[in-house]
Write a protein that binds this ligand. Structure first.
Ligand SMILES: [Fe+2]
Length: 188
């Protein structure tokens, strides 16, 4: 099958109505696009991986990520794509590919950066790595985000934390502008 962002989005919409979950997967998609460019990988595939990684989370939270795996299998997605998605939420599945490791590394951080933007007067504009790091240390802020997971997954991907945060900020800033043109937003 040919993986396209358009098909992935259409499939996603069959399973996701929650605007919060949609915003989360759009942020993860943004980061996957940023990293696909950085690593010179296929943007459509990596974007689709970001969009579809939590496809089962709204309707089948108890079966996450296994129901998602089943949905993707039924829709003809290839094994490495499905394994990357399985790997972000199943500790028994090794993350062997760059796509799998990247998805795992951007899942929590993407939402964290959105949470940071939402409390800034200028939102994403001018956001600095330093302020994100400060918020990571502030345990009272965005408590649901697992700090340990962010550090450990960046380590697994083999990226420097400062550079990693900058890559995700840049990816989200670029993508938010593009999304605005089609009436979508990660922020509202
Ligand atoms: Fe996620």
């Amino acid at each position: 099958m040919v993986i396209s962002r358009e098909n992935a989005f259409a499939l996603l919409k069959q399973y996701v109505n929650s605007s919060n979950l949609l915003k989360h997967v759009l942020a993860v998609e943004a980061s996957m696009i940023g990293y696909a460019k950085k690593f010179e990988e296929d943007i459509e595939i990596w974007a689709s991986c970001g969009l579809l990684h939590d496809i089962d989370f709204e309707k089948y939270p108890e079966e996450h990520p296994f129901k998602g795996v089943q949905i993707l299998l039924e829709n003809g997605y290839p094994e490495d794509f499905i394994l990357a998605i399985k790997g972000h939420a199943d500790e028994s599945t090794a993350r062997e590919t760059l796509m799998a490791k990247t998805l795992y590394a951007v899942d929590g951080l993407s939402s964290f950066i959105i949470a940071c933007a939402l409390v800034r007067p200028d939102k994403l504009e001018g956001m600095k790595v330093k302020s994100v790091k400060k918020k990571l240390k502030d345990k009272a802020f965005a408590r649901a985000v697992n700090r340990e997971g962010i550090l450990q997954s960046a380590d697994e991907l083999g990226v420097d934390m400062t550079e990693h945060i900058q890559t995700v900020i840049d990816a989200i800033v670029n993508r938010e502008e593009e999304l605005g043109k089609i009436g979508l937003s990660m922020l509202s």
